[in-house]
Structure formats: C-alpha cells, structure tokens
Write a protein that binds this ligand. Sequence first.
Ligand code: NAP
Length: 331
Amino acid sequence: MNPAPEVAGSSAETARGFAGRVLITGVSGRLGRYAWRAAGARDWTVEGWCSPRWSPGTPGDHNHPWQPVDLAQVADLAALFDRAQPTHVLHLAALSTVAGCLAQPELATQVNVQASRELARLSRQAGARFLLASTDLVFSGDHAPCRPEDLPAPRQVYGRSKWQAEQAVLAEGGDVAVARLALLFGPSLGGGRAWFDQQLQALTTPGAPLPLFVDEWRTPLDYATATHGLLDLLSTDCGGGIWHLGGPERLSRWEMGTRLARQLACSSARLAPVPRAEIAAPEPRPADVSLDSSRWRSAFPHSPWPRYEEALAQLLPPATRGATHSPRPLA
Ligand SMILES: NC(=O)c1ccc[n+]([C@@H]2O[C@H](COP(=O)([O-])OP(=O)(O)OC[C@H]3O[C@@H](n4cnc5c(N)ncnc54)[C@H](OP(=O)(O)O)[C@@H]3O)[C@@H](O)[C@H]2O)c1
C-alpha cells in the first residue's frame, strides 16, 4: 500500500527493518483512522478490518480496501484471520462508549471480550504479536495515579468489559500486550462527533452552553501520539503485559476546554464549569483515572509526548484559530 505522506513516521529505529504483516481492527473508528494512516506513513504492509456497517470493497485511505468484519460473529473470525495471515495484530475495534455498553451489555461482552479472546487465541496459534487497546476506565478513579500493576475496579459496563478483555487476552498467552489508553483527543478524521469535536463546535458556533466537569480528571493523550505509541509497542521487542499510554498532564474537562479556547483564540463563554454532582449519570463516573505512564516513557524516551497545548498546536493549524469550522488535522 502507498504511504500517507502527510502523517509523520515514528522513530527511525522502529521504521527501519520492520517487515511484519499487520492486521489493524477498527480502522474505520476514530483511533483506527489515525493508526491506518500512521502505519501507511511507516510503509508497513497493513490489512484493515472495518466496521460491518461499511460495504465490502470500501477503499481505505490508500486505495487499499478495508475488510468489513462483524466481531460479534466470533465463529467467523478464524477463517478471516487465516486469510489475513498477520504477524502482528493491533486490536482497536470495540463497542467503545460508556453509553453504548450500558445500553447493550451482551453485545459489549461479545465484541469487547469474546472477540478479543478469540483474536488473541488465533494470534498465539499463528505466532503473531497481539496488542489490545484498553482504557483508563478499568480503574475506579479513587486511587490515581494508576499504575499498570494496580488492581482495576471498573465502575461501568464499558470498563468492566475492557478489563475482562484484558484478562482474557493475557490468559491466552503468547506474545500479547495490553495498552491502556487515557482519554484521547484530536479532530475525528472520519467526520465523527466525539467529545473533542463537540468542544470545537461549542467554541466556534453559537448555541447552548456546554457543561464541563471541574472535578473529574484524566491524563489526555492526542490521537497521533497514542498511535505512534501503539505502533512502537506493536513493532518492537519491548515486552508484553500491561502498558499505560497517557499524556504528561492531569487535566479536568474544564481545563481541557479552556485550553482549547485559548488555542483557538476564541471566547470560552460557551463553556460552563460544573461539578460532577450537578449532572446525574446512569452509572458512577470515576473521578480521577490519571495514568502513570512511566513504563512506556522509560522504554521509549525519545518518542513524542506533547503537553496538551503543544498537541493542540500541532493538530490545529494557525489558520483555523478563530475560525467557525472544524480544522483539518495535521497528523
Ligand atoms: N477514544 C478514547 O478516548 C479511548 C480511550 C481509551 C481507550 N480507547 C480504546 O481505543 C479503541 C478505539 O477507540 P475509538 O475511540 O477509536 O472508538 P471508535 O471510534 O468507536 O472505534 C471503534 C471501532 O470498532 C468498531 N466496531 C464496533 N462494533 C464492532 C463489531 N461488532 N465488529 C467490528 N467492528 C466493530 C466501530 O464501528 P462503528 O463505528 O460501526 O461502531 C469502530 O469503527 C477502543 O478499543 C477503545 O476502547 C479509546
């Protein structure tokens, strides 16, 4: 496949000499689109599995068709995996929202747990390295900063399903690793409407105030940096087990919103600071799931790790500041 020239590659030592055949699941998702492009920029041989909502033969970004695969059909995965013949698997696909998992807990178990277990089993049988994307929401939020060795205690169906997935894939054995990702930010490449896109819109168009919690904390990481981290973990001999990929700063949603407003040179008048207690939630929300990412940073000290505003400056070109439309991402 042809590389996507606009995406920066990663460290030279990683780019050189990697001759694997990579399967990325969830390429039509938010993180998946960044991963697909970054893998192309590294000139990797990549097979992309996309959402079953896509038509067969849908081209990926590089005229390389993505394969629609329904991970809920676990029995179909072995034949599809055999056809792809990967040496490395980056498993990003998931029922990825807290609300979606609460609404469909059985589907969350099928997609997030059972399909992950099956892909890890198939990877072990094929001798392929398997990397599962998990989440900071496996933690209760009561004991930050959260280290890889800390015991998860998820409070929501989503976090429970991801923790069960972690345990299932690690129990399969083989060359398997889990990357717990912090809250990811950056413009959606596929025109989606994630929280970051909502903040951008709230800041650049008139409308009702957007409430942002002042007392709920994460260590946000931008999509491009998360992607580089995942591709490094996948393609190097850095070891298995659990890795935490979070950003360098602990921030509340309110702090993220006001920093974005500053970056865009916009008024933050449409952002409303609110305490968590003021907004009822159907499931308990963890207060602070900040990640301790020191294992990752020690293993890859030279890979990018921008602070929130540095990442925003890279993601949002100067021409978009003060603009009323969604900016074009640089990476
Ligand atoms: N974004 C974050 O802040 C964040 C933080 C921590 C961890 N993560 C993890 O990172 C990974 C990627 O997240 P994301 O933000 O990119 O989520 P996303 O945009 O929802 O991407 C997930 C992808 O999986 C696909 N999918 C869902 N059900 C499927 C099924 N039955 N068969 C095949 N594909 C299916 C989705 O398709 P549809 O679009 O059709 O639903 C989507 O393309 C997930 O594992 C998530 O748990 C994300």
